[in-house]
Ligand binder design. Structure first.
Ligand code: NDP
Length: 245
């Protein structure tokens, strides 16, 4: 297998961390972005201890300059970007009547703008290389809306729409850039920690406790999509716990 340079946002915990470790163990060079520096340092140390290669840049995906700096870190360190995974995300769900506008702003800024800033930073580099792959983390909540999920679902529908537009544009351009959406169901991570509405938090934490699969199980499928031949693009992975209704 060829060694790839893989950039992951939201790499400090959960799906991003598990994917970084799995892809590094498979011989790829990892560039990790998130806000919590101590977590990134621990993950880079664990990857290196296991014989892998990784660097990090403290990154806030709500700032396009910060996301550009993450891309620059990859180019400065490893000379290229083969895979860009926009995975940073937040899920503070609540019913619309509560008017939690700060939560709405955060979800729109991180879940949508973060993905767009990743494209702005990495696509010109991939075009110049004439190869690359975007992996954008959406959700099964980007396939269906439930009470309290409206805004989160809207952001994840947006991730799927942006990804499909990118796929079509790059196919027409003949740039050899692949686009993969990952739509997980319930996965045991820190995602539910940041829900500000107590009733929704309690309801979702119970559902997660009963059903969630591990982030490593999502990472296995991402590794598979990355390792497909260059002329083959796995466009969406929908991965639910078998028990999730
Ligand atoms: P975690 O809470 O464990 O991870 C979220 C990651 O996003 C963290 O690394 C966090 O890092 C990062 N992040 C949040 N805000 C920012 C920001 N402004 N800038 C940079 N990084 C940020 O949850 P998951 O691993 O579950 O979440 C990963 C993705 O998976 C999200 O997009 C989520 O919506 C999606 N998803 C998760 C599901 C689940 O059941 N867990 C189901 C479906 C989709 P830091 O705080 O250090 O910045």
């Amino acid at each position: 297998m060829t060694k790839k340079v893989v950039v992951i946002t939201g790499a400090s915990s959960g799906i991003g961390e598990a994917t970084a470790k799995k892809l590094a163990a498979a011989g790829n060079q990892l560039v990790l972005g998130a806000r919590r520096e101590s977590r990134l340092q621990e993950i880079v140390a664990a990857i290196e201890q296991a014989g892998g290669e990784a660097v990090y840049a403290v990154t806030d995906v709500t700032s396009s300059d910060s996301v550009k700096a993450l891309a620059q870190k990859a180019v400065d360190t490893y000379g290229r970007i083969d895979v860009w995974m926009s995975n940073a995300g937040l899920m503070p769900q609540s019913e619309l009547i509560q008017g939690r506008t700060e939560d709405w702003d955060q979800m729109i800024d991180v879940n949508i703008k973060g993905v767009l800033y990743g494209i702005a930073a990495a696509l010109p580099i991939m075009r110049a290389q004439k190869s690359g792959q975007f992996i954008n983390t959406a959700s099964v909540a980007g396939h269906a809306v439930h009470p309290a999920s409206s805004v989160y679902s809207a952001t994840k529908y947006a991730v799927r729409a942006i990804s499909e537009g990118l796929r079509q544009e790059e196919a027409i351009a003949g740039s050899n850039v692949r686009v993969t959406v990952v739509s997980p169901g319930m996965v045991a991570t820190e995602l539910t920690n940041h829900i500000t509405d107590a009733a929704t938090k309690d309801r979702l934490e119970h559902a997660w406790a009963d059903n969630a699969i591990s982030p490593e199980e999502i990472a296995d499928s991402i590794l598979f999509a990355v390792n497909l031949p260059e002329n083959t693009s796995m466009n969406e992975l929908v991965i639910r716990p078998t028990s999730q209704k």
